[in-house]
Design a protein around this ligand. Structure first.
Ligand SMILES: O=c1ccn([C@@H]2O[C@H](COP(=O)(O)OP(=O)(O)O[C@H]3O[C@H](CO)[C@H](O)[C@H](O)[C@H]3O)[C@@H](O)[C@H]2O)c(=O)[nH]1
Length: 335
């Protein structure tokens, strides 16, 4: 059995590919390499190209008729970029998802696991989100993901596409065996900036200390990328039980499952966890919030446990350790 992974040369897609391979399911990677990395495809079946390219997708299925499920990760994912160039985000994340779905159906591949975002929810007053929380996406990136989900749900009703959409927030860490990790060598996210500060021997700046959270700093639901990859594998393994080929009355072939820790991590808690890993010398200073920052949210994972038997296994400290090891490896290979 094989799995087609779009965006399989990216941070999350490449980790998912390794997780499937470890379970004896051969990944077939389709990636444009616009942001993905060629070296993340080494040793894997790899096609360079666009998810909207029907001829290429047909070729892939002719060569690999045993592809049983598609994991659709290919997307643009940078929120600020989506605000300055929304057309590109809608074209890639929405229109090309529509094209891809048509190509998959034409080739008889009706199972899709969609990499989505829990950023489309309006957080409850306690900042949690669950599958029943209202949708209220705040930027073109999260809107493009929500619209892509709506169109996939319509295709499931009309054409028998079956979809499990996994929604999560901030992936961190790296493949524990350090095959792959974050591609971006200049990340702007909190853990990336922490690693940069640590490596440069300067204090980390906590941007935003006046939020209504347990310690005043913003909250996120950081999950180890390997835990996310495991959830995709569980979704594939249980696909037909979760979304059966024939739907019971009143059901569509579309299921949403959120992935999260259930309590999240504030920026100060992330700093504390970082100190646990690197030692007490690591300093942090307070500063005003970044423009456009939000208080954040955390994800209740009850449904993931019920349907996928999944909950995160790695701690935040594990994820920090793996991120540091990956940063070190990348630096050495660049030297
Ligand atoms: O040097 C820093 C960097 C960030 N933060 C704070 O840490 C929190 C989390 O910020 P991140 O940038 O890590 O996470 P966001 O969820 O705000 O956004 C990031 O993660 C998203 C994924 O969910 C998108 O990829 C987005 O483009 C990317 O910036 C925020 O309060 C931020 O102000 C700091 O305190 N110091």
């Amino acid at each position: 059995m094989k799995v087609l992974i779009t965006g399989g040369a990216g941070f999350i897609g490449s980790t998912i590919a390794s997780a499937f391979a470890e379970r004896g399911i051969t990944p077939v990677v389709l990636d444009s390499l616009i942001t993905g990395r060629q070296e993340f495809t080494e040793g894997k079946i790899f096609y360079q190209g666009d998810i909207g390219d029907g001829v290429l997708v047909d070729q892939i299925f002719q060569a690999h008729p045993d592809i049983a499920v598609t994991v659709h990760c290919a997307a643009l994912i940078v929120v600020p970029d989506s605000m300055t160039d929304p057309e590109r985000y809608y074209r890639v994340n929405l229109t090309k998802t529509l094209d891809l779905a048509g190509h998959l159906l034409r080739n008889g591949c009706e199972r899709m696991i969609f990499a989505s975002t829990a950023g489309m929810y309006r957080p409850e007053p306690d900042l949690s989100v669950s599958e029943t929380s209202a949708l209220d996406p705040q930027n073109p990136y999260t809107r493009s993901k929500m619209m892509a989900e709506l169109l996939l749900e319509d295709l499931s009703r009309a054409h028998g596409l079956r979809v499990i959409s996994l929604r999560y927030l901030n992936p961190i860490g790296a493949d524990p065996r350090l095959r792959t990790g974050l591609q971006n060598s200049k990340p702007t996210h909190a853990l990336g900036k922490m690693i940069e500060s640590y490596e440069n021997g300067v204090a980390f700046t906590i941007t935003g200390t006046g939020w209504d959270t347990r310690d005043g700093t913003a909250i996120r639901d950081y999950i180890h990328v390997w835990d996310i990859a495991r959830a995709f594998c569980e979704a594939a393994a249980r696909f037909d039980a979760i979304v059966p080929p024939v739907q019971p009355a009143g059901r569509t072939g579309y299921e949403v499952v959120n992935l999260g820790t259930g309590d999240g991590t504030t920026v100060r808690e992330l700093v504390t966890a970082f100190r646990e890993v690197v030692g007490d010398g690591f300093q942090a200073v307070d500063a005003p919030a970044r423009p456009g920052d939000v208080v954040g949210a955390f994800v209740r994972p009850d449904k993931a446990w019920e349907l996928l038997g999944w909950k995160p296994e790695y701690t935040i400290e594990d994820a920090i350790r793996h991120s540091l090891q990956w940063a070190e490896r990348r630096r050495r290979s660049a030297a």
